[in-house]
Design a protein around this ligand. Structure first.
Ligand SMILES: Nc1ncnc2c1ncn2[C@@H]1O[C@H](COP(=O)(O)OP(=O)(O)OP(=O)(O)O)[C@@H](O)[C@H]1O
Length: 225
């Protein structure tokens, strides 16, 4: 379970990016974070990945306060979180296999086990036959799926995605969101920041709406029409 309690974030020299945010995401839920550009969506996800720290308030993940996660605890925490970005951030001079393998190598997983897990992750995103290719030879949608395989290869309990369909045409965007929903179905908690309202409505999941850093609506899946 993820819990935000009165969380605010001021960037140095900036205004308040998040303001007294309180909400809970139960384990295994899929939710969208939406709102205008600059509403604070990316900031919220960055706080979960401990890429940024809150200025006030408390964030807990499965009972653990993120404020207490420091030093070596940070990479450990990140092993429990899969992150997907709009600009997939793949290493373009490494094969698809090597890109997906990277988090496992960093985590010190043995080579044989890495191979098994990388192939399982590539299979899940439908890219098993692409393992030897370089990302540049893949379409944008396929590159995004490599990014997703890399995010889930470590079997994270939480998957966070920041505008993962921003660069994709509507059909591909639907496919990518479908993939996220599949990960939720096998027990992963999934949080997706997106401003694509038609797509969000289609997915029928919980929707948390931010406006200038404040939570202004929180719709349960059944309320999304
Ligand atoms: N590193 C930073 N330093 C200063 N201000 C920042 C920083 N990152 C974000 N901000 C500001 O914080 C606010 C929230 O930004 P954030 O990126 O979280 O919004 P967003 O909803 O993800 O926007 P977008 O949809 O455009 O990505 C914005 O006003 C932004 O300019």
């Amino acid at each position: 379970m993820i819990q935000f309690e009165q969380v605010s974030k001021h960037y140095e020299g900036g205004h308040e990016a998040l303001s007294q945010l309180s909400f809970t995401i139960p384990t295994g839920e899929m939710a969208f974070i939406t709102g205008h550009s600059g509403a604070g969506k990316s900031t919220l996800l960055k706080l979960l990945g401990v890429i940024e720290r809150p200025s006030h308030g408390t964030i807990t993940m499965d009972g653990q306060s993120l404020a207490k996660v420091r030093g070596r605890g940070i990479p450990k925490l990140r092993q429990r979180i899969g992150m997907v970005f709009q600009d997939h951030r793949l290493l373009m001079d490494r094969t698809v296999f090597a890109n997906v393998e990277l988090p496992l190598a960093i985590a010190g997983i043995a080579r044989q086990e890495r191979g098994r897990r990388v192939r399982a992750a590539l299979e899940k995103v439908g890219l098993l036959s692409y393992e030897r290719q370089l990302p540049a030879t893949l379409s944008t949608g396929e590159q995004q799926r490599v990014g997703i395989a890399r995010a889930i290869v470590g079997r994270p309990s939480l998957l966070i995605a920041d505008e993962p369909t921003g660069n994709l045409d509507p059909q591909l965007a639907v496919e990518i969101m479908g993939l996220f929903a599949e990960f939720q179905q096998v027990g992963t908690t999934v949080l997706v920041a997106s401003h694509d309202l038609p797509l969000i409505k289609r997915m029928r999941k919980r929707v948390v709406v931010l406006d200038h850093g404040r939570l202004v609506a929180d719709l349960a899946a059944e309320e999304v029409l």
